[in-house]
Design a protein. Structure first.
Length: 241
């Protein structure tokens, strides 16, 4: 099926252009369930972008549940609408949110009471780098490192191992939210509030900052997969399949 030309109403990245067009083609039926998408090389030529740009757009389509990749065969349309529970690598958004609520919120509190001078220096350096960073891919790498460093500051290596285990999924989710939810600047502010609470040694403020951060992550996810959702549903109702 031929791909029609796309126009975007605002200045967006090359990945956004590819993603917006392909998602629109799927949701309008131009690309129907069961159809095979053009190859990465073909899409790259059509949009005059690199294969890495195409690959990132295809990963987002797959996370949304719109497509499925079949080894050695290509990418096929799986659904005409996005799933309410996106998948990031090995874990779904619901999996990640449940674990992060039970792990990262108490971790933030421990970090505030146990952090060392070295932990503080690392966190301050990271948040400053994130606030200056303009490259989305580099920012995502810093974001995952930031959450690992908070876990390290908790003084409990088990917490660090848990965050390390979900690191790839966190990076994919972060990229997804930045691409579809324009979350980067707001996330910087949330991270800055957390760092300030940890530096001050305020357990209560750190716990509150991390809880607020995760709530806003959930809100952004819901706004993407459930357009028109102004506030996150009550806990246990969000991001159902």
């Amino acid at each position: 099926m031929a791909l029609s030309d796309s126009r975007t109403p605002r200045r967006v990245s090359a990945t956004d252009v590819v993603l917006t067009h392909l998602r629109g083609a799927i949701e309008t039926g131009e690309l129907a369930v069961g159809d095979k998408l053009p190859t990465e090389a073909q899409l790259g030529r059509h949009f005059a972008v690199s294969r890495s740009v195409v690959r990132e757009a295809l990963r987002t389509l797959q996370a949304l549940g719109l497509t499925v990749s079949r080894a050695g065969k290509g990418t096929y349309v799986e659904s005409s609408g996005p799933t309410r529970n996106p998948v990031f690598g090995s874990y779904s958004a619901r999996d990640l949110l449940e674990v992060r609520r039970h792990v990262e919120i108490p971790v933030a509190g421990y970090a505030a009471t146990r952090r060392t001078r070295d932990d503080i220096d690392q966190l301050l350096t990271l948040i400053a780098s994130m606030e200056r960073e303009t490259d989305p891919t580099a920012w995502v790498a810093l974001d995952t490192l930031f959450h690992l460093t908070v876990a390290q500051a908790s003084g409990n290596p088990v917490f660090q191992k848990i965050i390390e285990e979900i690191r790839d999924a966190l990076a994919r989710q972060s990229s997804f939210l930045n691409q579809l939810g324009d979350r980067r600047r707001q996330s910087d502010a949330e991270h800055r509030a957390l760092v300030e609470a940890i530096v001050e040694g305020s357990e209560g403020a750190a716990v509150h900052a991390m809880a607020a951060h995760l709530e806003l992550v959930e809100t952004a996810l819901n706004s993407i997969v459930r357009p028109g959702t102004a506030h996150p549903p009550h806990e246990g109702e969000a991001i159902h399949e």
